[in-house]
Design a protein around this ligand. Sequence first.
Ligand code: SF4
Length: 649
Amino acid sequence: MADVKKLFEPIKVGRLELKNRVIMAAMVTNFANREGYVTDRLIDYHVNIAKGGCALNVTESSHVSLEGKRIIDGLGAYDDKLIPGYKRLTDAVHGVGGKISLQIFHGGRECSSEITGLQPIGPTDLVSRYRAITKKIEIPREMTLEEIEAMVSKFGDAGRRAREGGFDTVEIHGAHGYLITQFLSGYSNKRTDRYGGDVIGRSTFLREIIRDVKKKAGADFPVLVKLNIHDYVEGGITPDEAKVVAKFAAEEGADAIIASVGLHESRPYMMIPPMSIPDFVNIHLSALIKEDVNIPVATIGRIIEPVRAAKVIEEGKADLVALGRGLLSDPQWPQKAQEGRFDEIRECIGCNQGCIDTLHKMKPFTCLQNPEIGREREFKIVKAEKPKRIAIIGGGPAGLEAARVAALRGHQVTIYEKEKELSGQIRVGRVPPHRDELGKVTDYLICQVKKLGVTTELGKKVTPAMIDRLNVDAIVLATGASPLIPKIKGIRRKNVVYATDVLSGNTTIGNRVVVVGAGLVGLETADYLLEKGKEVIILEMLDTMAADTGNANRIYFEDRFTEKGVEVLLNAKATEIDEEGVVYLHQGWTKKILKVDTVILATGAVSNDSLWNAIKAKKKGKIFTIGDCVKARNAMEAIYEGSKIAREL
Ligand code: SF4
């Protein structure tokens, strides 16, 4: 067994002894209520993670005052009325042997009056570029000296509440472009008083906050400080500046530094690094900070493999590893790692789909890989009273997840797949550059269903007649979707192909290509073709590309296509394909792209529901549909539905 011992050595953070080196990175959940109170859902989520063996849970960023709230149902830290809820949460986590920290924060200029009803505030009246991108521009009000002093005190009060609420530590969120970073960073702080100027002046706000928290929560109450070691924007915090700030934090009594990076508008998108960013991306930065402070330093950002994480500790590049998304996709990561059950870890793939994009739609977060997150009670796996024989038609993510959960419940499961291998659309989805991580979704599921004794029948296209012959108690249809054929004149021409065919390698592509559709599939296909040296033009009928995906993907593709000189034509509706090229309508004008060798369609998908339509009446009550065959969507919905149906069988 590979050596992960170093990861499981205890460590002291101030007076607090942690049982191992794996701590949780704070993540916004949207599981509190509108007033910021702790809910049962939030408690269940933390208890589940604590049970999985991590040494220290950390709550989401909890606002110290009402105008500092960023997320509609974000946890609060602004009033003593929240303390009884904290007690329920901390008692529950302690009850399963865990420890927990309250992260306190203020969103500053990244807040929105849509959520708070109040004008955002900041060190300077500068709008963040991120808010400008989201088209919700609000000029923040520059804080007066009195307001800054009052804000310091609010952080101190929140620290006291953490202690009174039974938390083991408090974490001051000084990273990611929120109020404290806004003061620390020359990118957002243009003040000329004692809170601005050089890095010394810009650190004053943080120093006073740490001092006030220590004063009100007690000098012995452990304080973690999360800092940006690099803002990844011009004029922002650099590692040299961060070293100065970290030293100041330690001098003021901070007991650990969480070494993070990035703002919402950083390029590349580093704050919550997507799958295009390498794993363990920030260890060089935690190592830099360790040179200057004598308190534990945590690294954060795509911590994936336990063996590598243990090596980071062993090599002295960090004292702790902070997992955020890694604990969502598998709350048992620490326990499985310690027991050497590496192949059982359901790894985070960096898709940001469930945990970030969902939040930005103001919904409670989830995880593409693990739909149990936030549904710990309703999704508890319970053994079936009477094991059943279950046929699952379709071996993509929905079918595989349904098979995994049904088998865990004790059912006897067979998957029928028309292709010669399992995986469904993931097989082609993992092909474009920087998308290989997507393959881990089905790699994990295939490994698990094999272990659980699920039978697989590959290369078998199931017909209605075959369904009649199946001697089973339930049939789950997970037959997926096929590419949508849009109404474009000339669509049947020989040089018109689907994106899925391109990615499968099933077709020949000319040198100059037009991709119709700038959703995620179209962009990934374009990226794949660029790598093959093709000249690519993209047509999109909407006014934006990447409309079906989040900020991280959008930034990635914008940067890639700018670098490679790809023409992305927005508000451009393809109307005809002929021997010369592609005709499109752009703001009322008809235009044409000439000398096109191949046209690639990435215009959506339609459900493969013919089997369902053929048998639904006959098999009523015994047959269920999940995933794209209900409605073409994405892997997150497919896995959720597979997971859910298997609990109901
Ligand atoms: Fe990771 Fe994607 Fe799950 Fe987020 S949704 S935790 S990025 S696998």
